[in-house]
Every structure is written in structure tokens, then in C-alpha cells.
Design a protein around this ligand. Structure first.
Ligand code: SF4
Ligand SMILES: [Zn+2]
Ligand SMILES: [Zn+2]
Length: 317
């Protein structure tokens, strides 16, 4: 279930400038014209950056998938005067990855922003499409681990201390509810939208969109003339995180502001966790921080390489 804002009443006016109302925000009980709405979104990000004490001089590496959230956060940080560089991880997922690259390329050239694309096939020798039929593990958890490790490595190689991602309020509220439902208390600390660097080879992680809802970011892209990709990953279907978000959206339609209150009341009075992992050892094969002699990505690569040459397993079902 995707949230779409209710239609605007005839003759609705912007509550900030009295211009023509174009965007209704039920959770804020307000209406904005397109310019005031863009300003509202930029102010939400500026507020997050101030809260986390990120000065304008900070160089930021923005992880861009080509979807609405990552392109919106890149645009907003650029509008706010931050020096940014985009980095795209090509997962090798059929037409979805081609669409992603197209959207990033189009956006970056429209704003004249630096970026680069890096394929997981170069790191691993395998794409997500090739890994999926060869493993019984959840492809999303494998994909997530590979992306995290690639982004850590790219940040170190490119000289960036902070990686920005486009996680929004829906993502963060959904993750929090999912962790509470399963009593996964060990992840509560990581729920904070700014995680300082815990290790020289692990950059700080920043989620400046945590104050903005998914439907607001869709509208931001529309009003800012950004064309994100419209494809969805074929492996996303049925993921439990989507079901939790749907449940929250159902509550949001009945009680506007629920998602915001839920997440913000949890974050209130919390501070970024101070985790020191500097004693973590380095993977013998790739040098990534790891608790074991060989990191999980290199262990996966070894398993896959051992089966190279075998015929591709037939899809189940
Ligand atoms: S939905 Fe697709 S892109 Fe997202 S984690 Fe799963 S496999 Fe990767
Ligand atoms: Zn206005
Ligand atoms: Zn490794």
C-alpha cells in the first residue's frame, strides 16, 4: 500500500505564501505551493545536518541507486551548498540495473555533479542475478552485505569520511517497528540516522532524509524536475520490510502523523552511538574489517568460485 496525499480542496492556498496550493501534507496539517514545498524539504534536511553537526565544508559521498530518495538527497545537499560526489553500485540485476545507471547519469549531468559507477562483478566476479540461483540465503541480506562492503571500500579509496544514503522516514520507522516486533534489541543503537565512523576503514553513515516521508520525496522529485528510475528490483517482492511499511501506512491513513511520532519519540533524547571497533581484525583476503579471519563477502566468493563451471541451477517451483 503506497500513500498518496489526499486531493487538494478547490482553491486551496499555500499556508506559507498564499500562492496556489499544490501539495497537501496531512501529517503536518498544511498545504504548500511547489516552491514552498521544495523549501520545506530542504529545510528538513538542513535541520538534520545541523542536529548531527555536519559542517558545510564536509565532503560527502552519496550512495545513489537512481531511485527517488537517493536522487532527492543528492539534489538537496547540493542545493544546500555541500560538496558531494555520487557513487553507484551496479548490482547486475537484469534491466533494473540498466535503468538505475540511466537515471543516475541523467540526473548527474543535469546538475553537473561528479559521480562514478562500480560493478559488484568487479569486486566478486559475480552479479546478483548470478548469485541468486546459487544460494539458499536471502538474496537481500547478501546484496546488503556486498553493498555495505563496497561502499566502505569506495569511501576509503576515494578519501571520503562520510557516506550518505537516501533512507527516508518510512524506511526508518518501518525498520524500527520490524526490530521491535522481533525484539531485535541488538540493532536498536544502529537505528540512529547518524552513525560516526567506528573504524578507520568504515566511514560515518548519514541518513539526512529521516524527517521526510516517501510520498513527500516522490513529490520533491516531481517539483524539482528529477526523473528517478521507475523500475523496482524483481527480488523485492514479498520482503517482510515491505509488509511492515504497509502496516504503518494503513495506520497513517487513519491517524496522520503516526509514523513521524513513532520514529521521533524513539529518537528523542538519544545520541549517536559511540562504537569503537578499531580493534576489529582485517580480512586476510580483501583487508575489510571483519570479526573472522575471512570476511563474509570473501567467504561467499570462495563458495561461489568453487561451483564455477557447474551448470546454473534451475529455478525452483
Ligand atoms: S530488493 Fe533488490 S536491490 Fe534491494 S537488497 Fe534486495 S536484491 Fe538488493
Ligand atoms: Zn508558497
Ligand atoms: Zn574479505
Amino acid at each position: 500500500m503506497q500513500l498518496t496525499p489526499p486531493p487538494l480542496p478547490a482553491g486551496a492556498k499555500c499556508k506559507r505564501c498564499s500562492g496556489r496550493g499544490q501539495m497537501r501534507l496531512p501529517s503536518h496539517n498544511t498545504i504548500f505551493c511547489s516552491d514552498c514545498f521544495l523549501l520545506f524539504c530542504r529545510n528538513a534536511v538542513a535541520k538534520a545536518m545541523k542536529k548531527f553537526g555536519i559542517p558545510r565544508e564536509t565532503d560527502l559521498l552519496v550512495a545513489v541507486s537512481g531511485g527517488k530518495d537517493s536522487l532527492a538527497v543528492w539534489d538537496i545537499l547540493n542545493e544546500l551548498g555541500y560538496r558531494t560526489r555520487g557513487v553507484h553500485v551496479n548490482l547486475g540485476i537484469d534491466t533494473f540495473s540498466d535503468e538505475s545507471v540511466r537515471a543516475v547519469e541523467e540526473f548527474a549531468s543535469s546538475r553537473n555533479l561528479p559521480w562514478s559507477s562500480h560493478s559488484i562483478a568487479d569486486l566478486l566476479g559475480w552479479t546478483i542475478d548470478e548469485i541468486r540461483p546459487r544460494t539458499r540465503r536471502s538474496i537481500c541480506s547478501i546484496c546488503g552485505a556486498i553493498k555495505r562492503q563496497m561502499l566502505n571500500r569506495l569511501a576509503v579509496d576515494l578519501g571520503y569520511g562520510t557516506v550518505v544514503s537516501g533512507h527516508n522516514l518510512d524506511d526508518e520507522a518501518g525498520r524500527l517497528l520490524g526490530n521491535i516486533l522481533r525484539n531485535r534489541t541488538q540493532y536498536f543503537d544502529k537505528q540512529y540516522p547518524y552513525l560516526p565512523s567506528p573504524h578507520p576503514r568504515m566511514p560515518a553513515k548519514l541518513k539526512p532524509l529521516y524527517r521526510l516521508e516517501s510520498h513527500e520525496l516522490r513529490a520533491y522529485c516531481h517539483f524539482a524536475s528529477i526523473r528517478p528510475h521507475s523500475a523496482s528490483c524483481p527480488y523485492a517482492r514479498g520482503a517482510s520490510s515491505h509488509k511492515v511499511k504497509e502496516a504503518l501506512n494503513l495506520l497513517e491513513t487513519k491517524m496522520p502523523g503516526t509514523k513521524r511520532d513513532f520514529l521521533f519519540s524513539y529518537l528523542r533524547n538519544r545520541k549517536p552511538p559511540q562504537t569503537d571497533l578499531s580493534e576489529l581484525r582485517l580480512c586476510e583476503k580483501c583487508g575489510a574489517p571483519s570479526w573472522l579471519p575471512v570476511c563474509s563477502v570473501c567467504a561467499l566468493k570462495a563458495q561461489l568460485d568453487a561451483k564455477r563451471g557447474e551448470p546454473e541451477p534451475r529455478p525452483e517451483g
